[in-house]
Design a protein. Structure first.
Length: 320
């Protein structure tokens, strides 16, 4: 098994498309994200004068939230508690920019961490990079389809068990994909210095299962029937991009929108599970939800690999 993994890795490393684009494209995209809005928290915003009208029996949680914003050093708002008549007078005189009659609650971080509005883009980017492992896995599956390449034809007549061939391909593809994700994490955290507050070990564990599901998807699609190679590439490209879109890669509110209207999609979307796991350790501090996401990714990976083995095992050819 080890020598199979070794030679599979060597073959993949010599493939420029396999090694270059899954590594470089996410880094380029992350750099563009960083320059587009990565430093938005450092922008020099004008302090907004706000009048607070506190009603009897109102919850004080929102007032505490405003107090934290006012005293965090960014000077985004300057709140002052006023009576309703005094607030209206100041508003008419343009001494304040708005009035808040405190009677509703606002969203706050469950873990007490600061919520960065652009963080979702970077979490979704990491998820997309994990799913890009499907292209590496797809290339591995192609080498096991005797009707597609001469190399695959030679491998199919060897006495090596099909399951061993699949596992060795998956492990080699996983190692390469996992390396790409680790490089991206290091780049985002230590080069661009993004505020990832979670432990690096927990983030590496998310990336581990994320890379595993990405490779498993690629092997599964590559094992589907007699479909042409171009059609299979279209499937994995469309699947990875749709999953990334729904996880918030293009719109940071998309994941929440899906959660409100059709939450089941977020429970089975691998990109959403990966980005949500990052939220669990960087914002929510919810480890039970974190491990639930990892467990779901693991089950999906095992299911896809098992299905791939069954598909490849039952393939037969009139001649090779």
């Amino acid at each position: 098994m080890l020598h199979l993994i070794k030679y599979n890795l060597l073959v993949k490393l010599k493939n420029f498309a396999t090694t270059f684009w899954p590594l470089i494209f996410p880094i380029l995209l992350g750099t563009m994200f960083y320059f587009a809005f990565g430093n938005i928290d450092d922008a020099d915003f004008e302090t907004v004068q706000v009048g607070i009208v506190k009603e009897e029996g109102a919850d004080t949680l929102f007032l505490m939230f405003l107090d934290q914003i006012e005293n965090n050093g960014n000077h985004l708002i300057a709140a002052q508690e006023l009576s309703e008549s005094a607030a209206l007078t100041k508003l008419e005189n343009e001494e304040i920019s708005g009035i808040n009659q405190q009677e509703t609650l606002t969203e706050v971080s469950l873990g007490g961490q600061t919520i960065n509005g652009s963080a979702q883009f970077f979490y979704a980017l990491i998820a997309m990079t994990c799913l890009y492992g499907c292209f590496i896995g797809f290339g591995s599956a192609i080498t096991l389809q005797a009707n597609l390449t001469a190399l695959a034809a030679r491998r199919c007549v060897t006495p090596t068990h099909k399951l061993k061939l699949i596992l060795s391909e998956q492990i080699a593809s996983f190692l390469l994909g996992y390396f790409d994700v680790i490089v991206l994490l290091i780049y985002l955290r230590y080069i661009l210095k993004l505020d990832f507050q979670g432990k690096i070990g927990s983030m590496l564990l998310i990336s581990f299962f994320g890379s595993l599901i990405g490779v498993s998807i690629g092997i599964f699609v590559g094992s589907l029937g007699k479909m042409k190679e171009g059609g299979k590439i279209g499937i994995i490209l469309g699947f990875s991009m749709v999953c990334s879109f729904l996880s918030g890669l293009m719109n940071n509110t998309m994941k929440d929108l899906v959660e409100k209207n059709m939450p089941v999609i977020n429970r089975i979307n691998p990109a959403a599970l990966i980005s949500d796991a990052f939220y669990c350790i960087n914002v929510y501090d919810d480890m039970s939800r974190y491990y639930r996401n990892l467990f779901t990714l693991a089950v999906m990976s095992i299911t896809l690999v098992t299905a791939s083995f069954l598909l490849i095992r039952r393939e037969s050819y009139d001649s090779i």
